[in-house]
Design a protein around this ligand. Structure first.
Ligand SMILES: [Zn+2]
Ligand SMILES: [Zn+2]
Length: 369
């Protein structure tokens, strides 16, 4: 039986403990991945803080890259030794939503995900005392190993470093995908991105890759705006000093921008999107707030043929998109180096999340030995 170290969350609002846990034998379509790098994402933080509830104890972490160490007898698509980026959206391929080209809504996925079990409904890991241990989003990448289903392990070129590669698994896919897969951004279009964390900075780059003419980045932090400018924003708006809606109008002959991508996760940001987009323009919401909260809008801002989409994973098709994003990094068109604020060890994970909460980091990445 394989034993390895993992960060285990036992209760909300407590520190994760580094413990030795055990992995079950591989099921036929399972893949054992030796973790090399794992990013700290806001969604993990929501579970730590208790605003997003999962069965506990659990291993968090869902933005990761590693090496395939072992494959089950029926596992396809990856081989031992492959470098892989992990996807948190396995899907059955045959339910109501899979048939309607919406794997993120897959009934199997949405049924099993909240239980923190593998896709077959069973656990793959246990605590030293034998108690079952959950894996967040079918992954649980804050450990030295992780058993995933073969459809979640996506091989990428071996020359992309693991710390850069792991970002593709959540934040970068979400932001770039919003722009490239959903934004329908035409060459020369004006795009506003609200919120310049990892997802927003990825959206700025997605807008650049799509050929946007103007990319207006909005944030409360000057350092993040400076970073946005380095990776493609043509203009920055410091939201505590300047009005984002006025900036959108000023840049577009008073019409409003063609596309607004929201990655801030606040009610005021959602309202701003509706005011800043032009008639007939497109709004994409990536951020989230407490699901029981209301958000109000000025009705006039919602009229005039505006289109609104709320998406979770940039309309990802990981098998298509992950290798594409890895190649975009390798050819220099997708800049990932600056998104990594800190590289930390697994036992520094609690401080890493404290820094994320304080807004000090874009991404901290755990590097495994
Ligand atoms: Zn995430
Ligand atoms: Zn399905």
């Amino acid at each position: 039986m394989l034993s390895y170290r993992a960060a285990v969350l036992h209760a909300p609002q407590t520190a994760m403990r580094i413990e030795t846990v055990t992995a079950a034998a591989l099921k036929p379509t399972d893949v054992l991945v030796r973790m090399r790098a794992a990013g700290l994402c806001h969604t993990d933080l929501e579970v730590i803080e208790g605003s997003l509830r999962y069965p506990l104890p659990i291993v968090l972490g869902h933005e990761a890259a590693g090496i395939v160490e072992q494959v089950g007898p029926a596992a396809r698509r990856v081989e031992v030794g492959d470098h892989v980026v992990l996807s948190w959206n396995p899907h059955c391929g045959q339910c109501f939503y899979c048939d309607r080209d919406a794997p993120i809504l897959c009934e199997e996925y949405l049924g099993k995900g909240p239980q923190a079990v593998a896709f077959d409904g069973q656990n793959r890991t246990a605590l030293a005392d034998g108690r079952q241990l959950g894996q967040l989003m079918f992954l649980g990448s804050f450990g030295e190993y992780c058993i995933v289903s073969d459809q979640q392990a996506i091989a990428v070129p071996k020359d992309i470093p693991f710390d850069r590669a792991c970002l593709i698994g959540c934040g970068v896919m979400t932001g770039v995908g919003a722009a490239l897969n959903l934004g329908a951004i035409a060459h020369g279009d004006s795009v506003m991105v609200i919120g310049c964390g990892a997802v927003g900075l990825a959206a700025v780059q997605g807008a650049r890759l799509a050929g946007a003419g103007k990319i207006i980045a909005v944030d409360l932090d000057s350092a993040k705006l400076a970073l946005a400018a380095r990776i493609g924003a043509t203009q920055g708006v410091h939201a505590s000093k300047d009005d984002a809606v006025a900036a959108a109008k000023q840049a577009t002959g008073d019409r409003g921008v063609d596309v607004v991508i929201e990655a801030a996760g606040s009610a005021s940001a959602f309202r701003t999107t509706a005011e800043a987009v032009r008639p007939g323009g497109q709004i994409i919401w990536l951020g989230k707030i407490d699901v029981n909260k209301d958000v109000s809008f000025r009705w006039g801002s919602m009229m005039q043929e505006k289109r609104i989409r709320r998406v979770s994973y940039g309309n990802a098709r990981p098998r298509r998109d992950f290798p594409l994003l890895a190649r975009a990094y390798l050819d220099g068109s997708l800049m990932l180096d600056d998104l990594i604020s800190r590289r930390i060890r697994l036992d520094e994970i609690n401080e890493g999340f404290a820094a994320l909460k304080r807004g000090e980091t874009i991404r901290s990445v755990i590097m495994f030995d």
